[in-house]
Design a binder for this molecule. Structure first.
Ligand code: HEC
Length: 102
């Protein structure tokens, strides 16, 4: 089942990659399509192993995603997911999640 979830995530990510202009909607769309499968949308619970994202500091989220993308932060799952994100995706997603009230 885990493999299936990862495959689905990768598929959804590639389908939605780079096709939306910068906007909160784009961040929301991508978060809903991809990230929420593991992180939830407003989930605050620290349901291991998925850390909550809603209401987190925008710069922290941006930094974490860029570290996953350039692999200075290691996580098999997140390295793969972040590899498909552009700077714009990262900004949109970080803005979206940071504005959510958990
Ligand atoms: C297949 C499951 C899965 C998906 C989908 C997923 N993540 Fe993750 N994410 C994880 C796991 C597992 C970790 C913890 C990795 C670690 O130990 O660093 C994590 C960690 C993170 C962190 C670090 C949080 C912290 O507290 O430092 C951020 C930020 C993050 N993910 C953002 C995202 C975003 C944005 C998306 C959508 C583009 C996404 N994730 C999609 C599984 C997932």
């Amino acid at each position: 089942m885990k493999i299936l979830a990862y495959t689905m995530a990768a598929l959804l990510l590639s389908l939605s990659a780079n096709s939306y202009a910068a906007s909160a909607f784009a961040g929301k769309y991508k978060a809903a399509a991809v990230c929420s499968q593991c992180h939830g949308i407003r989930a605050t619970s620290s349901e291991a192993p998925f850390p909550p994202l809603a209401g987190r500091d925008e710069l922290y989220l941006e930094k974490a995603l860029k570290q996953y993308r350039n692999k200075t932060r290691r996580s098999d799952v997140m390295n793969n997911i972040a590899a498909g994100l552009s700077d714009r995706d990262i900004n949109n997603i970080a803005e979206y999640y940071s504005r959510l009230k958990p």
